[in-house]
Ligand binder design. Structure first.
Ligand code: 9MR
Length: 338
């Protein structure tokens, strides 16, 4: 008999609520599948007034991303003056809790300090980029071995050319290759990713990323994998979108696949049982697609709904009060092979 995911989720939650203690945590289940599971974290990790946040992360996650603490603006607000406060605290917390860190992100058109926009020549800009990448990766060394080297470089314009509105466009069309080479030189042990949104499905954007990374491979650029952000809504269909086929074509290039910023907003009408079940279905399908290509990480963009960048859509697997939602059960079920 095939048990619907929604029912399964309810059973899982029932088991947890009854305190049966027999279910593994997400990180325990994920470990048996060889995948890291986790989420983006912020300063709430250190907030004594909100202890459930850190407790949830410590119990369930095997990898964390600093949601904003490792962006260029956060680390190097003035030229060659690095401030590692929140980033260092997050990395130290992760080490204490046996949790890995995903570094996000070295080169992104957003969250760049004003001084970078004032650089006027390609040579000046490239020197600043190389210095930023080298200093940041050297600072963290082997405490951060997974990096989004370039984030969201491909535009949504017809044909998906490289973003014209990026301050890094001035550096020349080969700036992505260069960034990966600088990153590899800074730490040859680190795994280096190109990361983007809207490319989960077989579509024009994923075609453009595919062409980009194939080109990089043909030029000998040291790229380890592709991160698919997966900011989605509950109407997304993993099956109808061709997501598994899409992930497979990247995997077939010998690249590692990660889901890096998963969140799935509820349909209109909010947290009804039917909507929560639909959200759970998408989460379970996403985990299954990830496992289908032996992905190395499944990272959600936050911890609980209230702390999400799209809190209104209640897009995460823990509700405002850190209670497990049906989506939690679906992710756990997928990890357990249900
Ligand atoms: O969730 C992040 C939000 O708090 C920041 O204000 C914003 C700008 O730095 O970035 C958000 O995270 C983004 C991520 O870094 C890259 N992919 C899209 C994410 C959501 O906008």
């Amino acid at each position: 008999m095939k048990i619907p995911t929604s029912l399964l989720a309810a059973l899982v939650l029932g088991g947890l609520a009854s305190g049966s203690g027999q279910l593994p945590t997400l990180k325990q289940a994920a470990q048996t599948r060889g995948v890291l599971i986790g989420g983006a974290v912020g300063s709430t990790l250190f907030d004594d007034l909100d202890p459930d946040y850190a407790a949830t992360v410590g119990r369930e996650f095997s990898v964390v991303v600093s949601e904003n603490g490792m962006k260029w603006k956060a680390l190097e607000g003035s030229p060659n003056e690095f401030v590692y406060g929140l980033a260092d605290a997050t990395v130290a917390w992760a080490a204490q809790h046996g949790v890995q860190v995903r570094g996000h992100t070295l080169i992104w058109h957003d969250s760049v300090p004003a001084w970078v926009y004032q650089l006027k020549t390609p040579a000046e800009l490239r020197a600043a980029m190389q210095n930023h990448i080298t200093q940041v990766m050297t600072h963290f060394g082997n405490r951060v071995l997974i990096w989004d080297v370039v984030n969201e470089a491909i535009s949504d314009a017809p044909g998906h050319p490289l973003r014209a509105n990026s301050p890094f466009a001035l550096a020349g069309p080969d700036y992505i290759d260069a960034a990966f080479r600088w990153a590899h030189a800074a730490n040859p042990a680190a795994k280096l990713y190109y990361n983007d949104y809207g490319a989960e499905a077989l579509n024009g954007k994923s075609d453009a990323i595919y062409a980009l990374v194939r080109g990089m491979q043909s030029r000998g650029v040291p790229i380890s994998g592709v991160g698919f952000q997966a900011h989605l809504d509950a109407n997304f269909s993993v099956k109808d979108s061709g997501m598994l086929e899409n992930l497979k074509r990247f995997h077939d290039l010998g690249l590692d696949v990660q889901l890096t910023e998963v969140d799935v907003t509820l349909p209109a009408g909010g947290a009804t049982p039917a909507n929560l079940a639909r959200q759970a279905q998408v989460y379970g399908d996403l985990m299954n697609a990830c496992l289908g290509v032996k992905c190395s990480a499944f990272v959600m963009w936050g911890v609980n709904d209230a702390g999400s960048w799209r809190a209104g859509g209640k897009p995460l697997i823990f509700d405002d009060d850190y209670a497990r939602k049906p989506a939690y059960g679906a992710v756990l079920g997928a990890l357990q092979g249900h």
